[in-house]
Design a protein around this ligand. Sequence first.
Ligand code: ACO
Length: 323
Amino acid sequence: KLYAAITAVGGYIPPNKRLNKELEQHCDTSDEWIIKRTGIKERRILSENLATSDMAVQAIRDLAQQYNKNLDHVDALIVATSTPDMPMPATANIVAQKLGIKSVWAFDVNAACSGFLYALDLGASLVETRRYRNVLVVGADNISTYVDLKDRSTNILFGDGAGVVWLEPSYDGGILDAYLCSNGEGREFLNIEAGGSLYPIDSTDITNEKRFLKQDGRTVFKHAVQSMTDACTNILQRNNFDINDVNWLVPHQANQRIIDAVGRNLNIPDGRALSNIEYIGNTIAATIPLCIWQNLKEIRTGDLVMLTAFGAGFSWGASLFRW
Ligand code: ACO
C-alpha cells in the first residue's frame, strides 16, 4: 500500500517573549495562577509589521535547510490558518510567492486549532492519489493580533508560531488514518466575529467583543477533553490498536490540564503525551507541528504516533501515523 509519509519537519517561533509577569500589568491575574491553571510560563509574539505568511516562510526555510530539500519540487502547499494575512488571496499564495515557488497548487484551510489535522489528511489524500508527490502542510497563526490584552480568559493562553511537514509517497508506512469531526453548535463558545462579511471591519457594530477572540473557557475545556478522548479512542479501535501500542501522543497544546486529562482518560503510559506548551502557549494551528518539531529527537523510525486536536467550530479529530 502507498502511504503519505512525513519526511521532513520545520518550525518557527518569533523571538519576542510575553511573560506571565507582563500580563499582570494588564489584568487581574498572577504568574502563579497562570502556571497552576494552564502550565504556561511564556508565549511568543510576532512583531506588528509581520504577518502569518512570514512565520510560515521561516518554518519552510528551516525545513529546507535542515533536510536539504529543494522547494522547486513542491507541487502542493496547504496552509492551515484562521489568521490569514488578508481575506484574499490565500496566505498559501503569499507564502509561495515569498519563497519563489512557482506553479504550485496553494490554498488555505481554516479549522482553527484543528486546522493542521484537517490539512494533514487532505495533504495525505493528495499524495495517495499519486497525482502529487511533494506536499507541504503548514500550520501557522498570528493569533496575538486578535487577543485582548485586558481579557484574562484569553491573553494567558495564546502565542504566535508556525510549523510545517513535508509529505511524500512511501511504501514503508506513513499516515494510517484520520478521524475528523465538526459541530457548528459550538461556534458561540469560541470565535472571532468581526472582519468577515457578517461584521466587516468598517461596520458600526464592531465592538472589542467582536474584534477580539472570545471564549467560554470552561465549556471549551470540557468539550476539548471529551472530544479528543473520543477521537483517539475511535481511531485506535477501528485500526485494531491499543493505547499501549502508541509510542507518542501529540495533543493540541491548549492547556496542560487538558493534555493531562486526555492522557488520563486514555490511560496512556507516563511520559508518552508530548508537551511544549510551557514556553510557547497555544499557537492554534501550529501547536502540533511545533510539538513534533521540538520533540524530534524522541521519535524513532517505526514509532506509532497519534495526533489529536480540538478547536473553534467546534472542530476536532485524531490521526495516526507510523513514523
Ligand atoms: N487569572 C486569575 N484568576 C482567574 C483567571 C486568570 N487569568 N481566569 C479566571 N480566573 C478566576 C475566575 O474568576 C474564577 O474565580 P472564582 O472561583 O472566584 O469565580 C477561578 O479563577 C476559576 O475560573 P475558571 O474560568 O473556572 O478557570 P479555569 O480553571 O477554567 O481556567 C481557562 C480558565 C484557562 C481559560 C480554561 O478554562 C481553559 O484553558 N479553557 C480551554 C481554553 C482553550 O483551550 N481554548 C482554545 C481552544 S483552541 C482554538 O480553537 C482557539
